[in-house]
Design a protein around this ligand. Structure first.
Ligand SMILES: Nc1ncnc2c1ncn2[C@@H]1O[C@H](COP(=O)(O)OP(=O)(O)OP(=O)(O)O)[C@@H](O)[C@H]1O
Ligand SMILES: [Mg+2]
Length: 347
């Protein structure tokens, strides 16, 4: 069971330009008879209007991290650290001290922060029309709005996200929408409350490539218009280069490298980041040539010994260091950080 968090009156401050500061976030998940250390000391900041790409292999803790920020991890998850968030009114809250189901958090979710999921089909109920489900969001958050006003706003938003013939579409059910249209409707739903902070968790993975490109372009233009900060979770480094300002590379519950898109793509330091970049298909690669793969798989984060999480898959592992001690974070240049013992050697 998740321990009840004490609500404190402590005042928090964050950098003037920042909307979010995550400090030493740790999330442990109780599974049957063991505890999974899914997130192991994650820290990052996000400026207003900035897009941060969170990348890494399946199971490295990207979704658990983002769900903890939104307070929607299930009850078998327990967290420590700080998640400092600047609300629209300018107040800074440590979200980890809030009651996840309490009024304050519920008020923040939707109006201040929102999430777009990988699978849009599961985000809608099959029993109600798209229009009714979108209008409900407005009616819940703005009780003074009439149903007719809400419907009008839904129509405008459906138009804005590029749904053709919205007058007809508004009264249709989710099964009458294609995957791409549902993702557009989901983006419309999220935008209706104009959140300042958005988590997009693999928002285009379920879509085919041409629709993917359209949705990404849509998100980019809407971000410019609404000035949102986006935490963009993806496996796809190509999407990161296209969408993001900064990149955090995650491995086994830790951020192993963080920097601007230019720093990560042109001067990667961590062997894991280098491996991810090497495994990207190249334009001049022949079809016969096999894609590079990083050998092995992400281990289960249970009873981990002090070491670099990547050491047993790393071609540059230094025995006696990487496999037996906790690795610190090194600054490559301002704004570019890496958690790798090889940096010590480079001086
Ligand atoms: N509710 C849960 N109960 C038990 N284990 C969980 C739960 N949620 C996540 N996990 C485990 O926590 C680890 C991190 O999961 P997470 O979903 O954050 O990975 P991810 O990086 O988002 O992966 P993907 O790219 O596949 O979405 C995984 O080992 C996963 O199996
Ligand atoms: Mg995930």
């Amino acid at each position: 069971m998740r321990r009840a968090k004490k609500i404190t009156r402590q005042e928090y401050t964050i950098g003037e330009e920042n909307i979010l500061e995550v400090k030493d976030l740790r999330v442990n998940i109780k599974v049957d008879d063991y505890v999974l250390n899914a997130v192991r000391g994650v820290s990052f900041t996000m400026k207003k209007g900035e897009t941060l790409g969170l990348v890494g292999e399946s199971g490295c803790g990207k979704s658990v991290t983002s769900k903890e920020i939104l307070g929607i991890n299930p009850n078998n998850c327990d967290s420590t650290g700080q998640v400092l968030f600047r609300t629209k009114s300018g107040k800074v809250l440590n979200l980890l001290t809030l009651d996840k189901d309490g009024e304050v958090y519920r008020g923040i979710r939707g109006t201040e922060m929102a999430m777009i999921f990988q699978e849009p089909m599961t985000a809608f109920s099959p029993l109600y029309t798209i229009g009714n489900q979108l209008a409900e969001i407005i009616l819940i958050h703005e009780p003074r709005t009439t149903k007719a006003q809400a419907r009008q706003r839904v129509l405008e938003m459906l138009k804005k996200v590029g749904i053709a013939n919205p007058e007809k579409r508004i009264d249709q059910y989710p099964h009458e929408f294609s995957g791409g249209m549902l993702q557009r409707a989901l983006i419309a739903m999220m935008l209706l409350c104009s959140p300042d902070f958005l988590v997009a968790d693999e928002p285009t993975t379920a879509l085919d490539v041409t629709i993917q490109a359209q949705i990404l372009e849509l998100m980019k233009s809407l971000q410019q218009e609404f000035g949102m900060s986006i935490l963009f979770i993806t496996h796809d480094l190509g999407t990161v280069a296209n969408m993001c300002d900064k990149v955090a590379v995650m491995y086994l519950g830790q951020i192993v490298e963080y920097g601007s898109v230019g720093q990560i793509f042109h001067n990667p330091q961590h062997p894991y980041t280098k491996g991810l970049l090497k495994s990207l298909p190249k334009m001049d690669q022949s079809r016969a040539e096999k894609l590079y793969v990083i050998d092995g798989a992400v281990p289960l984060a249970v009873n981990l010994k002090p070491s670099c999480g990547f050491h047993d898959r790393c071609g540059e592992c230094v025995k006696g260091t990487c496999d037996c001690q906790e690795i610190g974070t090194y600054t490559v240049e301002p704004g570019h950080y890496v958690r790798c013992a090889l940096m010590e050697r480079k001086g």
